[in-house]
Structures are given as C-alpha cells and as structure tokens.
Design a protein around this ligand. Sequence first.
Ligand SMILES: Cc1cc2nc3c(=O)[nH]c(=O)nc-3n(C[C@H](O)[C@H](O)[C@H](O)COP(=O)(O)O)c2cc1C
Length: 181
Amino acid sequence: MAFVMVGSAYMTYPPEHSDQHRTEFIGAMRGVGASVTVVTTNGKAGRRGATVSAFCSVSADPPTILVCLNKSSGIADAVAENRLFNVNILRDDQAKIARRFAGHDDGHVTDRFENIGCGASDVPEITGAMVLCCETESMVPSTSHTIVIARVIAIKSPHLLPLAYLNGGFHQLVPIKADIE
Ligand SMILES: Cc1cc2nc3c(=O)[nH]c(=O)nc-3n(C[C@H](O)[C@H](O)[C@H](O)COP(=O)(O)O)c2cc1C
C-alpha cells in the first residue's frame, strides 16, 4: 500500500501495482527535467550506443556516477560485458543525435554511428558532447532496469549548454537573469 501526503495527513493511495498508480508515476516523471546523454561502449560485446536520461552523480570522492539501463536493451548487455563506457552529455543543439541513439532512425540506418562524429578513440566520444569516460564498478538489478555504478576515469570537452528533456520533448535551458548578474 502506498501513502501520499494530503495537507498534514497521509492518506492511502491507489494500490501500488494499479494502472492508475503507474500512469500517475509516469505523468509525474514527465515533469522532471533531465540532461540527455548517449551511453557508448565498445569491446568484446561490440560497439553500441543508446540515449539515456537516467544518469546522475553519485560521489566526488572518488568521482562516481550511475546510469539506469533497461534490462531488455542491447546497451545493458554490452556495458555488462565491455565494462568500459562513455557518458556523452549532449550539447543543446544535439537533439537529432539523441533521437538517433533512441532508435528513431533504426528503420533506415543500419549503424546508429553512421555520420556521427566520434573522434578516434576506441569507445566512441561524440564530438561536441561532454564525455565522462567510465569503468563499471557494480551493477544492481532493480525491476525492469539495471543500475550501473561506475568510476569516472577521465572527463573530456566540458561545456555549459546541456540538452534537456522534459514533458516528452527536448529543451534548451535559459538561465534566470538574476542568477547570472
Ligand atoms: C530522452 C530519452 C531518454 C531515454 N532514457 C533512457 C534511460 O535512461 N535508460 C534506458 O534504458 N533507455 C532510455 N531511453 C530509451 C533508449 O534510448 C532506447 O530504448 C534505445 O533504443 C536503446 O537501445 P538498444 O536497445 O539498442 O540498447 C531513452 C530514450 C529517450 C528518447
């Protein structure tokens, strides 16, 4: 049974596994803005890339991040086997790349990396993105997803204009004037 705060009292809420509860959860999460990344990997399991917004910092001591990957996605299996991966934090003019790695072009492009600048490194580093080079520390299965916790071993091309995803669409962030004066 789940609870929700109404005024100062907790009330029971729709049963956790009901469709209504799921729909309300998805609706709530649509209102949470997130940076847009492409997780890329290469190694024994091959080269792969997928758009991922479930990414956040875990710790600075030592630098550690996490990403959540759907267990049914190819990227989850590839990261599990390759262990090395990059989190490419997309710039705010790279929504097309986000769509590509979310599979939107899969019907007419055989390789998601086709015509995407990735430099010469083994694990693809998307040109223009801020790249966190990561080594997997642990993988924690949770419901439909795997939480990948990884050490950040290098950071490349920092930029200050990340692409954001909110309410089912891509956004550019506009600073509040008072904060930059
Ligand atoms: C904005 C956006 C954010 C996404 N975030 C995630 C995510 O955090 N984790 C995930 O597993 N899939 C996420 N996806 C879906 C994957 O990008 C998509 O399923 C992709 O095709 C997986 O590729 P693969 O199955 O070849 O690995 C997201 C898609 C979009 C458009």
